[in-house]
Design a protein around this ligand. Structure first.
Ligand code: B12
Length: 310
């Protein structure tokens, strides 16, 4: 019998997976999901007459889901509490389509257009319960904001709609940041946006991804001036200062910050930057003394980790 095939048994209840197969399917060690079973009652395998556990499809989905939640920093007990509130979220094929990132983003757009914060909050919770943090940020939140914002920039919806959705998303991202590892003992990265740059969701997402990898991040918010960058570098001694620019004007202002940090006495931080402005015009990065991270927040996370390992 292969590991993933159902354990052999006579006629009766639905087939399932043995312990080893669940380990292989989920990447979670048996000692871990047996501990979850003991403490929280999930997964809930049935037993064969010989006492061996048999796990069903839903058990596998639950173990996989608990793994995702604990990897993004939630304690197992909190994740189980969330599971109990929304049991339909995990492992039910009939509801999976409704929790697909595209559907969730579309639902969030409609909720924002109706100023319906309850639905917007619920859809965000469902997204976080059903998908990894990366998927939620890049495939649910980003398209939702871009969709709403582009309607606003085209004059189709009022600025209030975009502000309403951005404020709610920013609040939730900040709550998640507070839940994640504090990164004690790891190198510090100070983050924010360039001078005069108000677009902050992208860099906030990047800061969250870095925190999830256990890095220590201080997020300064939008509009970090050269003076502020110099002051935090002298006071906090970060390993890296990383700023984002979305508009062409704020990208230009990063040159002065790179120069100001390069003029500091050692130990001085590395200066890094990225963001939508450089995706629009990569040549902008040329004049800025620092490390340019191309790509989205996921790719930048890999690059930052690689750099700090050096
Ligand atoms: C929401 C929004 C706003 C909000 C921002 C709210 C907030 N607190 O963040 C508000 C209302 C403040 C706003 C204002 C303006 N906006 Co606006 N805005 C947007 C919109 C609709 C969405 C931005 C967003 O949050 N996207 C979601 C995030 C997750 O995506 P992202 O920022 O691209 O981030 C991803 C990557 O770029 C990358 N990334 C981001 N930062 C970093 C940093 C590093 C280091 C790395 C490696 C990667 C990285 O990773 C992220 C995840 O993948 C965009 C439209 C669009 N297509 O993006 C316009 C847009 C960015 N805005 C635009 C403009 C013109 C303006 C205004 C000038 C409008 C005006 N006339 O007032 C002002 C400028 C204010 C200022 N000085 O900063 C233009 C920019 C054009 C340009 N290149 O200059 C856009 C593209 C709209 C358009 N089509 O014209 N805006």
């Amino acid at each position: 019998m292969s590991d993933q095939s159902p354990p052999q048994e006579g006629p009766g209840p639905a087939p399932g997976y043995n312990t080893h197969a669940v380990e292989r399917l989920t990447g979670v060690r048996a000692t871990t999901f047996r501990a979850w079973e003991r403490r929280y009652g999930v997964p809930s395998p049935r037993r064969l007459p010989g006492g061996q556990r048999v796990y069903g499809e839903r058990d596998v989905a639950v173990v996989r889901w608990l793994r995702q939640q604990t990897e993004r920093g939630l304690s197992a007990s909190l994740a189980v509490a969330q599971l109990r509130q929304m049991p339909e979220t995990v492992g039910q094929p009939a509801t999976r389509a409704a929790f697909a990132p595209l559907e969730l983003a579309e639902g969030m757009v409609q909720a924002a257009l109706a100023f319906d914060s309850t639905t917007l909050e619920r859809l965000l919770s469902q997204a976080l319960a059903a998908h990894t943090l990366e998927t939620v940020c890049l495939e649910v939140i980003q398209p939702t904001l871009v969709n709403l914002g582009e309607r606003w920039h085209r004059g189709e919806v009022s600025p209030a709609v975009e502000h309403f959705a951005t404020a709610l998303v920013r609040r939730r991202l900040e709550q998640l940041a507070a839940l994640l590892d504090t990164g004690n003992g790891r190198p510090l990265i100070v983050m924010g946006t360039a001078p005069e740059e108000q677009h902050e969701i992208g860099v906030l997402i990047l800061s969250l991804f870095l925190r999830r990898r256990g890095l220590r991040v201080t997020y300064l918010g939008p509009n970090v001036t050269a003076g502020a960058a110099v002051e935090v570098s002298q006071r906090m001694r970060p390993e890296m200062v990383c700023l984002s620019a979305t508009t062409l004007e704020s990208a230009g202002a990063l040159q002065g910050i790179g120069q100001a940090l390069a003029a500091l006495d050692p130990p001085r931080p590395r200066f890094a930057f990225g963001g939508q402005a450089f995706q629009t015009d990569p040549a902008l990065a040329k004049g800025i003394p620092g490390i340019y991270f191309a790509g989205d927040a996921s790719q930048a996370t890999e690059a930052v980790e690689a750099l700090l390992r050096e």
